[in-house]
Design a protein around this ligand. Structure first.
Ligand code: BG6
Length: 512
């Protein structure tokens, strides 16, 4: 039924607790598990979104008993919980934790795991539903799923079996394709949940709400009114002890085919025909396929890469260059900064550039999307002191600010006609308060109820890699000659500004 103006506002539907299940975490002793997964599971329990029939089996190499595992998790929660921990609820939660030591590459652990799961399932009445979370190094994704299937743990009848796979999903198009093939030989697409933690962010999910739950934006959301779009994902951190991973990946692989493609697709996709997982993902996949692949010449003119050298952090500390980071070779050619200009080949977006930039050791941690509208015609102000008309900008603030702002021109009070830029601001915290969250709650809950809307389908992951593939190829063939080329604490190499200046545009500046 179509909603009409007179329809009463729908009462919010109470979220249901997730299905009973055992969540099996491979990589249970790792950083992601301690910082995000356990705090998120606890938050779900606190909001009554976790089934009472729930258990966790942690799997990791470290030899530990279940008791030791429970103690470890309890002591880590003191550091990583996002709010107060209720002792009774924690006691309930911790009794559901179990541990099995084992190397993921060792085939013998899978039959053992099967036996253990049967027991845990009986003890906690989890209906034989298993959610496997692969918080492991990427090399294990394929082999672990193969072994789970070989042990009969992925058979999906009268109960469900699902697997959540972390990033990086491949390191280029070819490896992503072959990982998809490897997985799809033993499990079906609907059992695979490829996670991108950007989709757990409220402000990222809000892009869909903003565009499709409001009547006034969609009519102007196209090439007729929009001049260009800027997406910036700035980080003030360096590689944070992950030098050996990062030096193999680089900023392009680490951020673009995944997180930044999510931001692009949600901002530019057509309205889906429903909110069902495949309807939304079909539209995202379509737009990713519509991004024009860059030719080799275009890679040279429309992309910029950078690596930070020594500099100063935003709080005034001296920062060593990337090549001085732990586990990074002192002649590393890996980029820590990337910027590019992309075009989307469809009726809505033809000729509207999407500029994106991301990097480490930048002056501010700030992720935002700037929608810059076309300038108003100048005629009216011809005989006034107004010299320039600034374009309207709508900014989706993803993090750390969370909200939306609209910049427009207003008359400066006084006898003459002068204009000033003003901002109309919405901040999440002013309306809905601060929700303590890790950003993983919704994604885990969705995994437990079988809603794949916020997870990547095989074709989407491959489409993301298709966009960056030509860039990877050209960059590999022409190693950078001037690295390091930006100082830590600055907004990347000067070529990044030139990318927009050449088109008569400039990056919106968000520094305080
Ligand atoms: C990860 C990247 O996927 O995302 C990191 O591997 C990056 O290098 C991180 O720092 C950024 O996530 P967030 O949520 O801090 O913006």
């Amino acid at each position: 039924m179509a909603l009409t103006e007179t329809a009463p506002a729908a009462a919010p539907r109470e979220a249901k607790p997730a299905d009973p299940c055992v969540m099996v975490i491979f990589g249970a002793a790792g950083d992601l598990t301690r910082r995000k997964l356990f705090p998120a599971l606890y938050n779900l329990a606190k909001s009554q979104l976790l089934s009472r029939e729930f258990a966790v089996v942690g799997v990791a190499r470290s030899p530990m008993s279940t008791d030791e595992f429970r103690q470890k998790v309890s002591s880590e929660m003191k550091q990583y919980a996002t709010g107060d921990v209720d002792p009774d609820l924690w006691e309930w939660f911790v009794r559901r934790l179990h541990y099995m030591p084992g190397a993921f590459g060792d085939k013998n652990i899978y039959p053992q795991l099967k036996d253990m799961l049967e027991k845990v399932d009986r003890d906690h009445s989890t209906h034989s539903n298993y959610l496997f979370y692969l918080a492991t190094a990427a090399d294990f994704f394929g082999p672990v799923v193969e072994q789970l299937a070989a042990a009969g743990l992925m058979e999906d009848n009268h109960h469900w079996r699902r697997v959540i796979i972390e990033k990086p999903f491949g390191r280029d198009l070819e490896s992503a394709r072959s990982l998809n093939q490897q997985l799809l030989k033993v499990v079906s697409e609907k059992q695979i949940y490829r996670i991108d933690h950007y989709l757990g962010k409220e402000t990222v999910q809000n892009i869909l709400a903003f565009r499709f739950a409001n009547g006034i934006f969609e009519p102007v959301w196209n090439r007729r009114y929009i001049d260009h779009i800027q997406i910036s994902v700035g980080e003030t951190v360096g590689v944070e002890g992950r030098g050996s991973y990062y030096d193999q990946a680089g900023a392009l692989r680490d951020m673009v085919p995944n997180h930044i493609m999510q931001l692009i697709s949600l901002t530019s996709m057509e309205p889906p025909i429903s909110f069902r997982a495949d309807a939304v993902r079909d539209e995202q996949a379509k737009i990713l396929h519509a991004i024009q692949p860059l030719s080799s010449e275009e890679v040279l003119t429309r992309t910029v890469r950078g690596q930070y050298g020594e500099g100063t952090s935003p709080d005034g500390q001296r920062v060593p260059g990337y090549r001085q980071e732990e586990d990074v070779p002192n002649d590393s050619k890996t980029e820590t900064f990337v910027a590019m200009k992309l075009l989307i080949d469809n009726w809505r977006w033809a000729d509207v550039p999407f500029y994106l930039r991301t990097g480490k050791q930048l002056p501010s941690r700030s992720t935002h999307i700037v929608i810059q509208f076309r300038r108003a015609p100048f005629v009216l102000f011809r005989d006034t002191p107004v010299e320039n008309l600034m374009p309207n900008q709508l900014v989706l603030h993803i993090q750390p600010e969370e909200g939306i702002s609209l910049r427009f021109a207003a008359k400066v009070p006084g006898p003459q006609m002068r204009l000033g830029a003003v901002d109309m601001n919405f901040e999440y915290a002013d309306y809905f308060g601060q929700q303590p969250s890790t950003g993983y709650e919704r994604l885990l809950h969705d995994g437990m109820i079988g809603d794949a809307t916020l997870f990547q389908r095989a074709d989407m992951v491959e489409a993301g890699w298709c966009v960056v593939s030509p860039v990877l190829d050209v960059w590999k063939a022409l190693p950078p000659r001037h690295f390091p080329n930006y100082a830590a604490g600055t907004w990347g190499p000067k070529e990044c500004d030139e990318l927009l200046e050449r088109d008569g545009r400039r990056w919106r500046d968000f520094e305080k």
